[in-house]
Structure formats: C-alpha cells, structure tokens
Design a binder for this molecule. Structure first.
Ligand SMILES: [Zn+2]
Length: 287
C-alpha cells in the first residue's frame, strides 16, 4: 500500500486509509495482520513460530475498501505483542514480574493463554522471562490505545456525517487438523459474530452471511467466534453504530504451514472486494 494524502500513519502502530471516492459510513479494520515486530518484544520462539499467530494477509484481502468509499484501518504491529481484540485487563498475572496496579479481569481466552498477552506460539512459551508491568503498560499506551482511539474517531466522524455507521472487524483463523475427538474438523469457511445481536443489527449480519453463502461458502453466525473486544467496544446498534466480526478460514487462501498465498488468492480477494462493494451499497441505500 503506497502512502498517499488519504493515508494517516503512526509508524509501526497503525495505518488509516480514507476513501478514494465519495465517503460512505463504512469502516473495515484488520487488527491482527501486522508484522512489524517491535525491537523490545524479546520473544523466545522462532520467527516462523511467532508468525503463526498473525492473521496473515487479511489487510491485503480488504485493501480495496477505500476504492468503494470505506475507510480501512490496519494495525502494523503483531497481535502477539499486544492483542487489540482483548480487554485491557484481560491479562494473565503469571506472565508479569510484579503485581498489576488494579484488579485484573482475565477471561476464558486468557485461561487458554490467548489474552491481552499471548503466552504461547505453536505450543511453545513466547517468553523466557517475566514481563515488567511498565513494559506492558507502555504497549497499552503506545500501541493498543492509539488503535482503539483511531477506530473510535473514524466511527464517530462517519456517524456524525451520516447518522449511522457499519464497521466490519476482519480476522482469520487456522483450523486444527483434527478436533478434540480426533476426527477431522467440519469445514467452515466463515464465522460471523455480533455477540448475539448486541454489536450489530441482526439484519446486517444476516445480509453479510447471505452474500457469502451465495458465493458457495459455509458460514456460521455467533458460533465459536462470537466477537470480542473490538466489536464489543465499538458496536452500539441502538445508536446506529454496527460492528460485525468476520473470521475467515485461512485454508481458503494460504498455506498454513509455509504461509505462502495459494493459487486462488486473487480470486478470493475478488470475493472479498465483492463483499466490500455489497456492504458499501447497503450503507448507501440505508441512508
Ligand atoms: Zn484475529
């Protein structure tokens, strides 16, 4: 992505790319595709192991958003450094060298090592040391909060100008080869999550699900990935502010072991551009 006057960036933290055409109240964000590893990360696994936690290529899949009137926000730092899709207190104290200054609220993802700070990558401990409280606070202040503040500002601007806004929070996941029962995992292409209709109008979620199903994809709604901090914090459907989480099965477009794009990448990216266009048309019609 070439920097332009429509691009605002905080180096190493985020990039905001505004519409090339007449703006519409649509925002796509890719919080987990960043791959610029901060020099103070000090992870103790290999580069390949740490990269397994990235939502690789997701920003590229949605790079066409500004061409259709939407704003695209993407994180540049990796989700393993600090995870934008967790609450700021969703933290495992055992990773820290000292006590956190306020009571923590570890959720179920943290108990599985996938909280604000990840504990493992490909089954290996990410850190060979405890993290200083001040170091984690610096990650919150320099990376996590600016991203959330930028997203909140984009959403507020669009809602101010149009009265409503649609935000699509974009992710990918890597299915395990087999489930807990040892059988192959049932094939699902997309999980959509609006936290049971609390972060987006059900009509909008169903519209996106219908679009993807028409392309032949298997789509489940509010199952397994129901939406986390980003849609929880920014989605308020009762105020016309809709946030939907979309999780894409990585096996559709990349090799999950070698990380390279599959031959069908361009075709799949065209499908995602179709989705972008569809959401933008929906927003235009709804105004
Ligand atoms: Zn993600």
């Amino acid at each position: 992505m070439k920097p332009t006057d429509r691009t605002f960036s905080l180096p190493g933290v985020l990039e905001r790319i505004d519409p090339e055409t007449e703006p519409l109240p649509v925002v796509f964000d890719s919080p987990h595709s960043g791959n610029r590893y901060p020099s103070d990360f000090d992870y103790a696994v290999t580069r390949d192991q740490i990269r397994s936690t990235e939502d690789m290529h997701v920003d590229e899949l949605f790079a066409a958003a500004p061409r259709h009137g939407a704003t695209l926000l993407r994180a540049l730092f990796p989700r393993s450094y600090i995870d934008l899709n967790r609450g700021p207190l969703d933290l495992d104290e055992s990773l820290l060298a000292g006590p956190w200054p306020e009571p923590l609220l570890p959720g179920h993802k943290t108990r599985n090592g996938k909280g604000l700070l990840r504990s493992q990558a490909m089954g290996r401990p990410i850190y060979a040391r405890k993290l200083e409280v001040a170091e984690v606070q610096a990650r919150l202040n320099r990376y996590y909060e600016p991203y959330h503040a930028t997203l909140a500002a984009i959403i507020a601007e669009r809602r101010r100008d149009f009265g409503a806004v649609w935000h699509v929070n974009c992710h990918s996941w890597s299915p395990p080869d087999t489930g807990r029962d040892g059988k192959p995992v049932r094939h699902v292409d997309f999980f959509l999550g609006d936290r049971e209709g609390t972060t987006a109008d059900t009509e909008f979620t169903e519209l996106v699900a219908g679009f993807l199903r028409n392309l032949g994809y298997e789509v489940l709604v509010n199952r397994l990935f129901k939406g986390m901090e980003l849609v929880r914090r920014h989605g308020r459907p009762e105020e016309g502010q809709h946030s939907l989480q979309i999780e894409i099965n990585r096996e559709i477009y990349m090799d999950k072991h070698g990380y390279h794009k599959l031959d069908g990448f361009a075709e799949f990216r065209a499908h995602m551009e179709g989705l972008i266009r569809y959401v933008c048309e929906y927003a235009r019609d709804a105004l």
